[in-house]
Design a protein. Structure first.
Length: 154
């Protein structure tokens, strides 16, 4: 039956995939709250809790009993969320592209974006996001216009 059986937790696909990234403060606070809620839930469930007994080893995407979610569960939830909120359907991986687009549009250095994405070098990032990088080229000349005071409309 679907959803039954052993969950397999694998290592990352390559060394660059294992990285530390900074998170917005509000998200860190939410994760701390979520962890505390799961610790309380694990105590309430007692022997029905099947997740890790170590509170430092709790899955972010877990079922009510602490076991990891089925891989398609988040995609299913996201599809329903988009439909409910009249948003064009998204695949979870598209969230990565949206975040990357925002970073590039906000002039985050390509090396930083590439590192954050786990790309082994910036060439991969440049190839995938070249359309956005080209679009941000105008901002280079805008910087000089602003610096030289020539950005005023005639």
């Amino acid at each position: 039956m679907r959803g039954e059986g052993t969950k397999i937790v694998r290592a990352t696909k390559n060394a660059a995939s294992m990285r530390k990234i900074s998170l917005p403060r509000y998200l860190c606070n939410l994760l701390v709250e979520y962890r505390q809620d799961l610790i309380l839930l694990s105590k309430e469930l007692g022997s029905m809790w099947q997740g890790s007994p170590d509170s430092n080893d709790i899955f972010i995407f877990s079922n009510y009993n602490g076991q990891p979610m089925e891989p398609g569960s988040f995609n299913h939830w996201l599809t329903k969320y988009c439909k409910k909120n009249n948003i064009e359907a998204l695949h979870p991986h598209e969230l990565r592209h949206i975040a990357t687009s925002i970073w590039i549009k906000n002039n985050i250095p390509l090396q930083t974006v590439s590192s954050r994405l786990g790309h082994t070098n910036t060439v991969i990032t440049q190839v995938i996001y070249s359309h956005l990088i080209k679009n941000s080229d105008k901002s280079c000349s805008d910087v000089f216009d602003q610096m030289l005071g020539t950005d005023k409309k005639k």
